[in-house]
Write a protein that binds this ligand. Structure first.
Ligand code: ATP
Length: 442
């Protein structure tokens, strides 16, 4: 049973070192989070799994890591300076700010919209609030030094389109992938790391001949849905939701979201958008550089259309935790177990000497040393073996490797499976192959 209680998720994340409130010792910084020893590992594994599927296993996608700071010209051309806004409403009574589209419907009793916080009807008219963080590059704070923190990674791919085709000899259909931080001055952040002001995205811009755009769009919607399922999210917790016309972003001719059943209801994990030639055309016009594609074979020249699967790394990391968090009974005792896909698990193995006795330590350390070059491992020699198994279950470690007194005789260890709790005896010499074989089976 996946988690249905967000408090349980938030508590696990904090107590086990996945996610901490940022600047907690100063009372916390609103809706900003730090990823702890396990969180950094899980987040990295989510991003690596995405990169593996989107770049490594394909020959039609290349990677990019573009700058976070950008000049206004980029954001003017992309439309973000003018249209990347949310309608903002202030409550004059309690001073809370709301997204107009998140306010409740008018109350039938008085036909007025009420502030969800204090109930007042004294609300301002909606005004456009730009979500981009503005700063200054250099010591002078005037109009000539204005810079923006990117609100999406996508523009990095568009402004490097020419560089990439010139240096890689890729031709449509092909894609540029990027993983990195984005920043949005969200009016209503919340639901833990679902909506934060600083977050990580995993985005692909896939450039295609315009007539093939719809077909590629359908391809990517199916691919991306399958990615989450392949990493262990039950299909019943996922759905595809096509956007209504009025929801579409300023650049989109059609978008479908992959949504996840969060404890509070369906929420977006990823949007797959048909960005047409909007961005390349806009940047070509504004920069004076031609950003079209010339097909030498056919002599044809065109501006490629773009299909964009845009996912949130931090948001989907939380979804993976929610889907995996489970409780069951082992040996008459309740246990909490994070049944996270082994590819995503922060530690793949934990090496546990049965006792802290000096006699076991050298062999346990030897086993740890054998595994460490291949996979992330934990090493734990405190408390009873049962307690240590529970600790590893709770953080999702798929395999516990126990070194016991027999190990000194037979040079074999016990490998315990997190989900089935079954145990097998494996020779130390074959341990790396055993763990790697287990991992590859997923
Ligand atoms: P939303 O409708 O939830 O604001 P969006 O449609 O604006 O999201 P996109 O611009 O499509 O989001 O960004 C792609 C992905 O980036 C989203 O599906 C989400 O996973 C992630 N994302 C966007 N904004 C945030 C945020 N403030 N905090 C965490 N993740 C985010």
């Amino acid at each position: 049973m996946p988690a249905t209680d967000m408090d349980q998720v938030v508590t696990l994340c904090k107590n086990r070192g996945f996610i901490y409130q940022s600047a907690e010792i100063y009372g916390g910084f609103r809706s900003t989070y730090d990823y702890g020893p396990l969180g950094v590992q899980l987040l990295r594994n989510v991003k690596d799994a995405w990169w593996r599927s989107m770049v490594q296993l394909r020959d039609d996608v290349v990677g990019l890591d573009a700058a976070i700071l950008g000049p206004p010209a980029v954001w003017k051309a992309s439309g973000h300076l003018d249209t990347f806004t949310d309608p903002l409403v202030d409550c004059r009574s309690c001073k809370e700010r709301w997204r107009a589209d998140h306010l409740p419907e008018p109350d039938p009793k008085d036909a007025k919209v009420h502030c969800p916080n204090c109930g007042s009807t004294d609300l301002t008219d909606a005004r456009a609030f730009n979500l981009m963080f503005k700063t200054h590059a250099g010591p002078v704070e005037d109009d000539s030094t204005v810079a923006y923190l990117r609100p999406e990674t996508a523009q990095g791919m568009f402004i490097n389109f020419k560089n990439v085709i010139q240096t890689t000899r890729k031709k449509p259909p092909f894609g540029i992938a990027q993983v990195g931080k984005s920043f949005r001055n969200e009016i209503t952040p919340g639901n833990f790391v679902f909506r934060t002001r600083e977050f990580e995205q995993m985005e692909l811009e896939f450039f295609v001949p315009p007539p093939d755009s719809k077909q590629w769009f359908e391809y990517w919607v199916a691919e991306r849905f399958a990615w989450y399922v392949g990493l262990g999210i039950p299909e019943a917790m996922l759905r595809i939701r096509p956007h209504e016309q009025e929801e579409l972003s300023h650049y989109s001719a059609g978008t479908s979201d992959v949504e996840f059943m969060f404890p509070w209801g369906w929420g977006e994990l990823e949007g797959i958008a048909q960005r047409t030639d909007f961005d390349l055309t806009a940047h070509a016009k504004a920069s004076g550089e031609s950003l079209d594609w010339f097909d030498q074979a056919s002599g044809e020249r065109y501006v490629p259309y773009v299909v964009e699967p845009a996912a949130g790394a931090t948001r989907s990391m939380m979804a993976f935790i929610i889907a995996a968090l489970d409780t069951d009974e082992v040996g008459g005792e309740q246990r909490t177990v994070l049944r996270i896909h082994p590819r995503l698990a922060p530690y793949k193995a934990a090496v546990l000497p049965l006792s802290k006795k000096d006699t076991l330590t050298p062999t346990a350390r030897e086993v740890l040393g054998l595994l460490q070059p291949h996979v992330m491992c934990d090493y734990d020699e405190t408390q009873s073996i049962g307690r240590r198994y529970r600790r590893q279950d709770e953080i999702g470690t798929p395999w516990c490797v126990t070194v016991d007194f027999e190990t000194l005789e037979d040079r074999a260890v016990t490998v315990r499976d997190r989900d089935a709790t079954t145990q097998v005896r494996v020779p130390i010499d074959g341990l790396v192959a055993h763990i790697m074989g287990n991992l590859a089976a997923y």
